[in-house]
Design a protein around this ligand. Structure first.
Ligand SMILES: Nc1ncnc2c1ncn2[C@@H]1O[C@H](COP(=O)(O)OP(=O)(O)OP(=O)(O)O)[C@@H](O)[C@H]1O
Ligand SMILES: [Mg+2]
Length: 248
């Protein structure tokens, strides 16, 4: 069965999409068959890899993913692109149990062709994030090293726990990764201490440094590994990838 990671945090701009793209590419480059699903209507994971969002959302189309999949420059990494189609997003976010079950089943069926699936989710705890969580085996939470880092996390954890209880198959906390880490800032160290005290072992040893190359990569449509292979950002995401694979 595929390991399915939902990259989630209801806070915006904490590094979800960057982590989804970079980790997916690092895992794929290790040789594993990997799928990146863009479930965020902002479609940053799609454009960040240099592709266009689709006109209609693959999950609403009720057809097999295969027609929508995009091959990336890493042969073992495929992308299921996102869509900004307003009607489709509406359809996906409606609280329609039957539709949710159909999408859930389709995700489960199609994801099994992969070793790893990463789902990039929007900055909310709404229906789209819940679809992503319900289809996942592990939740990954990037936390930005800033003052409000922990705010709202309790609500997020409540939602995750609720889904864990509802799900018959397992969903576990895959891990927490500290992003935009700046060792020269006292605040970074404070957040680091606070997060590790609160969450303990599930916080990855690897931290992702603030690195300008990471913020430049998506404008070139490349993952950080392809854009700046020798950068600190690349090193950090490869290290994170190794930690993730070891935890499996
Ligand atoms: N380690 C880093 N160093 C420098 N810039 C970074 C780093 N990680 C992310 N960024 C930049 O910070 C911004 C927000 O990152 P990203 O889009 O990954 O966050 P997000 O959580 O997906 O946002 P949203 O909630 O809007 O989906 C982007 O411009 C990204 O390029
Ligand atoms: Mg994002």
């Amino acid at each position: 069965m595929a390991r399915v990671f939902c990259i989630a945090n209801q806070k915006g701009g904490v590094g979800k999409t960057t982590t989804a793209i970079s980790l997916a590419d690092a895992i794929a480059k290790s040789g594993a068959k990997t799928l990146l699903i863009d479930l965020d209507p902002q479609c940053n994971a799609t454009s960040g890899l240099g592709f266009q969002p689709t006109n209609s959302h693959p999950l609403v189309a009720e057809t097999a993913f295969s027609g929508s999949l995009i091959a990336t420059s890493t042969p073992t990494l495929q992308l299921l692109p996102g869509s900004r189609n307003f009607a489709d997003i509406e359809a996906l976010t409606q609280n329609d149990t039957l539709k949710s079950m159909r999408i859930h089943q389709q995700l489960l069926d199609e994801m099994n062709a992969y070793d790893y699936v990463l789902i990039d989710s929007p900055p909310s705890l709404g229906h789209l994030t819940q679809i992503a969580l319900a289809a996942s085996t592990e939740v990954f939470m990037p936390i930005q090293c800033e003052f409000f880092a922990m705010e709202g996390l309790v609500r997020m954890i409540e939602i995750i726990k609720k889904i864990m209880e509802q799900k018959t198959d397992k969903l576990k906390f895959g891990g927490i990764v500290l992003t935009m880490y700046d060792i020269s800032l006292e605040l970074t160290h404070e957040v680091d201490r606070e997060v590790r005290n609160f969450f303990g072992e599930i916080v990855f040893k690897t931290v992702i440094p603030r690195d300008v190359a990471i913020s430049e990569a998506p404008s070139h449509g490349l993952s950080i590994i392809d854009y700046a292979p020798k950068s600190r950002g690349t090193r950090a995401y490869i290290e994170l990838c190794m930690e993730v694979l070891e935890r499996g």
